[in-house]
Design a protein around this ligand. Sequence first.
Ligand code: ANZ
Ligand code: ZN
Length: 876
Amino acid sequence: MQDTQEASKNETDYQPQAVEAAAQRYWNAQRAYEVKEDPAKPKFFCLSMLPYPSGALHMGHVRNYTIGDVISRYQRMNGKNVLQPMGWDAFGLPAENAAIKNKTAPAKWTYANIEHMRGQLQSLGYAIDWSREFATCRPEYYRWEQLMFTRLLKKGLAYRKNSVVNWDPIDQTVLANEQVVDGRGWRSGAVVEKREIPQWFLRITDYAQELLDGLDTLPGWPDAVKTMQRNWIGRSEGLEIHFAVEGEREPLTVFTTRPDTLMGVTFVSIAGEHPLALKAAANNPQLAAFLEELKHGGVSEAELETQEKRGMATGLYAIHPVSGEQVPVWVANFVLMGYGTGAVMAVPGHDARDFEFAHKYGLPIRQVIACGSEAYDPAAWQEWYGDKTRADMRVVNSGALDGKNYREAFDYLAAKLEAEGKGLRRVNWRLRDWGVSRQRYWGCPIPVIYCPKCDAVPVPEDQLPVVLPEDVAFSGVQSPIKADPEWRKCRCPQCGGPAERETDTFDTFMESSWYYARYTSPGANAQVDERANYWLPVDQYIGGIEHAILHLLYFRFYHKLMRDAGLVQSDEPATNLLCQGMVIAETFYRENADGSKDWINPADVEIQRDDKARVVGALLRSDGQPVKIGGIEKMSKSKNNGVDPQAMVGKYGADTVRLFSMFAAPPEQSLEWNEAGVEGMARFLRRFWREVTTHASQPDHPVVNPAQLNGEQKALRRQLHETIQKVTVDFGRRHSFNTAIAALMELLNAVNKFADMSEQGRAVRHEALETMVLLLNPVVPHVSHQLWQVLGHAEAVLEDQPWPAVDEAALVRDSLTLAVQVNGKLRGTIEVPAHAGKEEAEALALAQPQVAAFLKELSVRKVIVVPGKIVNIVAG
Ligand code: ANZ
Ligand code: ZN
């Protein structure tokens, strides 16, 4: 309400639409943000994760790209040659699903979305070099990905093996995980089956150690991301130990990280798919039935830890490699075939899973680890039973190992078993090779030809790219290239005989693993050219934390692949990483008779507040009736609480939207979208506008002469230069944009209160406002662009103006305010000359009227002066 009155009072005020259109027109005409390599300047590559062209920009995009834009503009004002590019992660399932639904082609849908979203991005005024834009679904882009793949294939870094997929028996097609809903096909509703089919893999495990070590060279990455990557890579050091099996020639090899517990082994557990289990099942129908059951009850890795432990004895016995004792071999549902050796030496005394298993099946439990004087009770599991890190942990009941700690026992047994040929030191990784095959149409075709004689042959380089036809019609869900024998048909490049093309396409993480490098080399007749070494590594990468593991790991891996192919020189793709938080908003709903909820968009709701601005209710605008408030959640389609950025830009202007998204929260934290806050930002920009235009309408004034300033003038100037100092650190180093903006708001308040109309007063005000225009430019570049001219400058690209410098002399204070405490309680303050000594401060403190009054009845015992801060008087 207040707003409209304010606006109408100031007819000449800020008109965001006109200001923004004019600034954007100028930047485009100047090609202000197109950049070239310039060896004379330090470069700064500022990269935001590229968007998926889903149809419309959402607030998460706006937040991400605004952070990137603020950093880009700031760095350029600090003399850097800044590259800020943009592109489209254009392949992927949503396009295919939309096409199947609407009977159009995914390409058409995708290109239309890109057109629309480009316009939206441009309306936000980002300083992007649009000349480098590309969509990853274009053959000019993906041909280089295909070329790299064929080279990796020749190097042995790409290979084919069988792997499990979701099979829809009605639609006769493979489904992506997202297309399986509650175990059923998303369209057919059929129960999804597991099928093994051959698929392509990249040997990321060859780079596991380097990917792990590289994290230590990235101080500019958040610790949380590095920890997630370390856990995902999952290096574990242990021993492989061979157990002889009675009646078998081959020993059974287990992998253990706890050889110190070897003497506590009371059985051995193997996976259902372990060869020894299959062999034992051959003449044991009960076991065979159990193995069959395990196969179908497939659980995800996450569920493994919590699922009920189940097993069955194989009837086989292993020989303990040290004691020679017989121990039974069991099949256990929590042992994975794909990790270690698929066999585990079970130590129920010290492994929680084995403990539970032993209890269930009545297998012996033996204590071999002790911690201090803690009592061991096999009836109930205690945390310390499995803790190898405690300083007081020792091996017990284990003969020669007794009294050793974890490390000593590990090394002792490693040496002993290696010498006896019964074991080997070994490192295992949790990381698996990257499966890159997808049975989808809308992706980059995998450049391989299958020949009945020559098997899988890479497509020769001069026949690349293998182009995905874009003008296709879907019949059902089957990939149109799989359904088209003409497309599949080709000649074998090796023997010339009839052959067929691969119809699978790459995982879309392939495109997003190297796009950053392509931005450096537009038009290059190679994946990248020498320009990549000018721009790389990325100086600042910005994106969502949801990409902390997969994308960021593949991106680091692909960079190393390009390095090893001689394409780039650096070891890591990005020096600094910022993961922005989510955008969240209030949710609203009405309940239906059957208990289901209809979610209502915040834009259609009017919030009711009490006189303390507390939310007391909400009404649907269209019918004026109440709706329920459902709590603050991540903006999403399912809760219908997304706020459309375009609507906000239309209503308030891009600068207000940008300012709010930078001010409302620190970048790593959740940002709650609320329109009252947005209105606050609009108000600030109007005040700023009014302050500058009013000042500009006043008569000319001389420049600031520091020697002539009075106390108030000096104080405003000091606040200005303190603000420059703060904003510089907050934008440049801390990325604490919200606190920088808060300091600028305080400065505007100070300017507003400063009523001095003398010549030097106007000069100081001018310095403050002009500096604010520059300091705010990274956040609200359109407003700054216009106000710069209002202040008498020619129209300019403000990023070419130098970033304001701190005048150290302006920071010096003539006097300081000290607090005076008596016996720890604040009793008054004093003004002391900045250079005053302790004696002077002490004398002024004792003479301060309130303090003196308080001390009347007391005698002073001691006075402690903390220079610049406080005077502490001890009296009694
Ligand atoms: C004996 C033992 C005693 C173990 C003890 C642990 C605690 P990480 O750290 O993840 O590498 N293990 C080995 N292979 C397995 C497989 N295929 N499926 C399920 N579990 C497997 O884990 C290594 C430990 O997990 C190994 O050390 C093994 O159990 C188990 F007090 O061996 B341990
Ligand atoms: Zn052939």
